[in-house]
Ligand binder design. Structure first.
Ligand code: CP
Length: 320
């Protein structure tokens, strides 16, 4: 039975779907990060497989484009020994007008055990979780502007890996926060894990004042935003979600908010630079920073496999 308080937890407070980092207790976040630590070593082995999802069918349903999330979910499921089905949405009967729930009903009739869903509509994974059978698990791989919980979790894994302790950190999130499901998932997780200072940095068109209600310090000035930061999370401009031009130009944005070596020098000397990808070089980040010694952008991708293995194995082990 779905919990009334949080639809991703069962009545024992265990994770049965992963829909958002919002409302996830610290113990659940820590369980995922600790489990991911144990899976990181699997990727170093000659035979990169464990049998935890053997006999289970995982359906990847990506209604929006993806490179990192889709591929790392597929790798993660295969490393857990699941059978993985990647539905080619463009060639599926969605193109003939079949509804999302009819698609899910038909895939469920094929005895699906887990759906990994990316969708442009916020709430689509919640809808699926409400309508699928109790033994079927749903993982949100990014829904509209709302949430990208596994990106949020792999970001937390990366921060913990390099910085050890969340409770003495200053984390700056820079750029297009208004359209960013990653920023929202990061802010919820950082808050729950006890980060004392979270800054949102950018112009008013991209960084809404109401973020202050989430306990976030809003900075319009880049220098103020990244000064003495331990962690800088850069975000790309999500032009595909902008109804109208919110900036004079990409060049103007780079001048004020693009992360260059000169601006990075304002952060702590051992600051790490993160980015969920895809990066747009010369728009939000200079190549010298993206490829430089502070960058942990590619380790984030590697950690994403272990974190997704952790999420899938934990939810598959819990009954509704
Ligand atoms: N970080 C992320 O979601 O990247 P993709 O869109 O390539 O999956």
């Amino acid at each position: 039975m779905l919990s009334r308080r949080n639809p991703q937890l069962n009545s024992h407070g265990e994770l049965i779907h992963l829909l958002s980092t919002e409302g996830l207790p610290r113990a659940v976040l820590t369980q995922i990060l600790d489990t991911a630590s144990t899976f990181l070593a699997v990727g170093e082995r000659e035979i990169k497989k464990v049998p935890l999802l053997r006999g289970k069918s995982v359906f990847n349903l990506f209604f929006e484009n993806s490179t990192r999330t889709r591929t790392t979910f597929e790798i993660a499921a295969k490393r857990l020994s699941a059978d993985v089905i990647n539905l080619d949405i463009a060639r599926s009967s969605t193109a003939k007008g079949e509804s999302l729930l009819d698609t899910i009903a038909n895939l469920s009739a094929m005895q699906a055990d887990m759906f990994v869903v990316r969708h442009s509509e916020s709430g689509a994974p919640y809808l699926i979780a409400q309508h699928c059978a109790p033994h079927v698990h749903v993982v949100n791989a990014g829904d509209g502007r709302h949430a990208h919980p596994t990106q949020g979790l792999l970001d937390m894994y990366t921060i913990r890996h390099f910085k050890k302790d969340f409770t003495n950190l200053t984390v700056a999130i820079v750029g297009d926060i208004v359209h960013s499901r990653v920023a929202r998932s990061d802010i919820h997780a950082l808050t729950t894990l006890g980060v004392p200072e979270i800054r949102a940095v950018g112009p008013t068109t991209l960084v809404p004042d109401n973020l202050r209600e989430m306990g976030v310090r809003v900075c319009r000035d880049m220098a103020e935003g990244i000064r003495d930061a331990d962690v800088i999370i850069m975000l790309r401009l999500q032009n595909e979600r902008m109804g109208s031009a919110l900036l004079p130009s990409a060049g103007e944005f780079f001048k004020h908010y693009g992360l260059t070596p000169e601006k990075l020098a304002l952060a702590k000397p051992d600051a790490i630079v993160m980015h969920p990808g895809p990066i747009n070089r010369g728009v939000e980040i200079d190549s010298a920073v993206a490829d430089g010694r502070h960058s942990v952008i590619l380790p984030q991708v590697t950690f994403g496999i272990a974190v997704r293995m952790a999420v899938m194995s934990i939810i598959a082990g819990n009954d509704a």
